[in-house]
Ligand binder design. Structure first.
Ligand code: COA
Length: 330
């Protein structure tokens, strides 16, 4: 909460999202030789299909489409943006940031633009950073994006991971508002869990780690991630309610990270929320990492589910581990 007598809030003025055209169903994966089944994937994760970026379609391209839709929904021009923050763990390049590439694709220059890498919590972290800029008066109109092409770093021979992820992007335009907006944000991390969910290559350690040509591939201890995620998300949703002096019943919507339907259901149970108050896209999108929360938010806004004035709780958990929440009045 701002210490000033007249707090400035960051309010979501518009949302947008974009999914690549190509849809790959669970049965398609079986046809491509993955030793799995629609029944196994759907019953363990809730996933039925995912979207996969076309050759040459970059994270910044997905981010651009989502951003244009969010700007249009907000009635804001690209020139009005004074801050761009992109949550991504699959940047186009090592540098410059995807945010600066997006800025250029939007046809503008000058305002600060940078990426936040918090794996699947990238959008929550990016939103938190932008919220601080707006609350402090350092920015008035911020573009916040979660965008990923995560399928590019999957090992298609590893059925433990390759069935879980998809590509996509979501964006919001935040505007300074004297009435209401984002009420609280909370971020957490535990770096001791690094090797439970990671991509163990990079500039510093090198790109040929482990077996020769192992390549740039996601590795995960799914069961350990599952257990830690459920506990961390229980704690973070409780924390958000306490920080705002709210009761579970005061929430209108839960917009969770879309990794696994069973994790989502566990958080909903903790909040005593019926599933018709929970936005679920994991069945159609898979886990789009930083893209998942803003994609789900945009779908819920555009379908008319989330209405102005309602209280919405966003949460995410992912590699790092890094996790967090944002509670807002839409
Ligand atoms: N198809 C068929 N069988 C599969 C499979 C697949 N795609 N993936 C794994 N299996 C097999 C395993 O090899 C294992 O077989 P075994 O018992 O013969 O060794 C069996 O299914 C059970 O595996 P297990 O890991 O115990 O399954 P699970 O119920 O924990 O579900 C996940 C696995 C990955 C779906 C689950 O752990 C999960 O969702 N974890 C969290 C992942 C996550 O959310 N990550 C991102 C966070 S941002």
């Amino acid at each position: 909460m701002s210490p000033s007598a007249h707090p400035i809030y960051a309010r979501i003025a518009g949302t947008g999202s974009y999914l690549p055209q190509q849809v790959v169903t669970n049965d398609d994966l079986v046809k491509r030789g993955v030793e799995t089944s629609d029944e196994w994937i759907a019953s363990r994760t809730g996933i039925r299909q995912r979207h996969i970026a076309a050759a040459g379609e970059l994270t910044s391209d997905l981010a651009l489409q989502a951003s244009l839709r969010a700007l249009d929904a907000a009635g804001v021009s690209a020139e009005e943006i004074d801050l761009i923050v992109v949550g991504t763990t699959t940047p186009d390049l090592i540098f410059p940031s995807t945010a600066t590439i997006l800025q250029h694709k939007l046809g503008v220059a000058g305002c600060p633009a940078f990426d936040v890498n918090a794996a699947c919590s990238g959008f929550i972290y990016a939103l938190t950073v932008a919220d601080k800029f707006i609350r402090s008066g350092a920015a008035k109109t911020a573009l916040v994006v979660g965008a990923e092409t995560l399928t590019r770093m999957l090992d298609w021979n590893d059925r433990n991971t390759c069935v879980l992820f998809g590509d996509g992007a979501g964006a919001v335009v935040l505007k300074a508002d004297g009435e209401t907006g984002i009420l609280s944000t909370h971020m957490h991390a535990d770096g001791s869990k690094k090797d439970l969910l990671w991509n163990p290559v990079g500039v510093s350690v090198g790109f040929e780690v482990g077996e020769p040509n192992a390549g740039v591939r996601v590795k995960m201890a799914g069961n350990d991630v599952f257990k830690y995620a459920v506990k961390a998300l229980d704690a973070v949703v409780d924390e958000a309610l306490v920080a705002n002096g709210l009761d579970k019943a005061d929430l209108d919507w839960l917009v969770p990270h879309q990794a696994n339907l069973r994790i989502i259901e566990a958080t909903a149970k903790r909040l005593e929320m019926p599933m018709d108050r929970v936005i679920v896209t994991v069945d159609r999108h898979g886990n789009t990492s930083s893209g998942s929360v803003p994609l789900a938010l945009d779908e819920a806004v555009r379908s008319g589910k989330i209405q102005r004035g309602q209280r919405v709780l966003l949460e995410a958990f992912g590699g790092g581990f890094a996790w967090g929440s944002a509670l807002l009045r839409y």
